[in-house]
Design a protein around this ligand. Sequence first.
Ligand code: SF4
Length: 251
Amino acid sequence: MRLEVREIQSKTILTPQDVGSLSKHYDYSLNPYAGCGFGCSYCYVPKFPNRDHQPDEWGTWVNVKMNAPELLQRERLKIFGSKIFFSSATDPYQYIELKYRLSRRCLVQLKNYQPAKVTMHTRSHLILQDIDLLKSFGDKLQVGLSFPTDDDSVRQQFEPNAPSIKRRLELARKLHENGIRVYGSLSPLLPCDPDRIVRLISPYMDRIWIDEMRWREVNNRPDLIEKYKDFFKEDNHQAVRKFIASKFIEE
Ligand code: SF4
């Protein structure tokens, strides 16, 4: 799929988390890109209005906030001692990060100004390019790795442009071996083999964040909800979720 990439200058980079699910644990979210080339079918981000793009264009455009590192330097007083979620509305290690290295440059700025906690949230092995930088944060940094299913054919349908399950497992293993704390983001939990998903990820993580698919009004593949309707039935989904959650600590 063709990706429309625009280089922009942003006015701010740290978004205060006063309301919403992140507000309990984080002071700010940090999104170096707007839009996301992974374009997951269930993504909730298109629910929030964008001046230039319609919800059904989600996954076809990315705005690159070229001045993000400089903005972090300017907003450095906010960083000291704060808890930062990196990123809530884009994947910081989507493929154009290879060209722009913007997430890396933002991490370098964060390191300079000593946040209390940084959570990198991704489904991409490209984060491994920055492993030394991640390690330099010590126990102040953790990685939330998206792992919504164990079945790559399911992943291909819901997240056709994102890295495979095999790559994510390899990523989990490498992060774990390098002493970087990882938790699994099973959000939303997609059709899966619950025993297998537990078996695959538990060697590398003991905590998960598990949730259902929300905001179905912006889901761009309602046919998949229909196709897997037995899995998504409320009582089945709750039972699978409860089983998997019982094997981990909930994040
Ligand atoms: S990677 Fe995250 S932000 Fe990007 S489309 Fe998927 S769910 Fe949305």
